[in-house]
Design a protein around this ligand. Structure first.
Ligand SMILES: [Cu+2]
Length: 295
């Protein structure tokens, strides 16, 4: 899990809450309205760790647990060359087939399973994992030190899964627009879905159990949109085919600024009330959640 944290001079955690007791008014102060970015990158709770590996393939499970920070991950060897990030899984399980990335975008709450082959790295060398979107020290995420040669008879199968749901647009009973945009909440800055801040007592969307729907997620800035209850497939981005990292069964997708992302899913499972929300923790705190009622 990759996170980032900000620390005050005395070493305590720094968080620019409007209400320091975190019990009253939600939200954060300027200039953090877009989300709180830390200046220390942590992986599994440790700052910039170095992990020892054999010169072999490793399966890495990546979760972006940051409040608001987006990553575009690269693995760079000592010779400056990038190692392939072979994606085998998305938020909700294996892909149908592996997808090779040189750079992997990871929005808050997204999960990726990737295989990295360290067998071509020299023993003793470092493979650095960097964030292309970071600057200064936040560009570094972690590193792997290749410590020994190893026999490796593993391989990545060409077919990983044959039972991914393949909902078609023609299966959908409706297309629903959901706009994720800045606005006003309680007289201050807010982040809204469909023009409204979250109200726990209100049902924003009602769907019939078993229905397939297409949702158009429309964003002003990056919003990692997360649905509870269901996994979905990404159908399009601004009318164009999905990106390489949109493959598989997902429950979080991040429309880019000004983008409309279409997703498709079947609302099955159990009737009841579920949340969908932006997974930028500060956006969520400042109103960007909504209730989905499955009836
Ligand atoms: Cu957001």
């Amino acid at each position: 899990m990759i996170t980032d944290r900000a620390f005050a001079d005395d070493g305590s955690l720094a968080y620019p809450a409007l209400d320091p007791t975190l019990r009253g008014r939600p939200g954060v102060r300027e200039p953090c309205l877009g989300g709180v970015l830390g200046d220390v990158i942590l992986v599994n709770g440790g700052p910039w760790p170095v992990h020892e590996v054999d010169a072999a393939r490793y399966r890495l499970r990546v979760l972006n647990g940051s409040n608001a920070r987006h990553y575009v991950l690269e693995a760079v060897g000592a010779d400056g060359r990038r190692l392939d990030l072979v994606q085998i899984g998305a938020d909700q399980g294996l892909l149908a087939a592996p997808v090779t990335h040189h750079r992997l975008p990871v929005a808050p709450a997204e999960r990726y399973d990737v295989v990295v082959d360290f067998s071509h790295a020299e023993v003793g060398s470092l493979v650095r994992v960097v964030n292309r979107l970071g600057t200064g020290r936040t560009r570094d995420v972690m590193a792997f030190r290749v410590v020994r040669k190893a026999r490796d008879d593993s391989r990545v199968p060409r077919t990983l899964s044959t039972d991914l749901p393949a909902w078609r647009r023609s299966d959908a009973v409706r297309v629903r627009d959901c706009a994720f945009r800045a606005g006003r909440m309680r007289g201050g800055h807010g982040w809204l879905i469909g023009g409204l801040p979250f109200d726990p007592a209100r049902s924003d969307v009602t769907v019939d159990l078993g229905d397939v729907e297409v949702w158009r997620l429309i964003a002003d800035v990056h919003h990692p949109v997360h649905l509870h209850l269901v996994g979905f497939r990404v159908l399009s981005r601004n009318g164009r085919p999905p990106l390489a990292h949109d493959a598989g069964l997902k429950d979080t997708v991040s429309p880019r600024p000004g983008e409309a992302v279409e997703i498709i899913t079947r609302f099955d499972g159990c009737r009841g009330r579920y949340l969908f929300h932006c997974h930028n923790a500060e956006h969520e705190d400042m109103g960007m959640m909504a209730n989905l009622e499955v009836v």
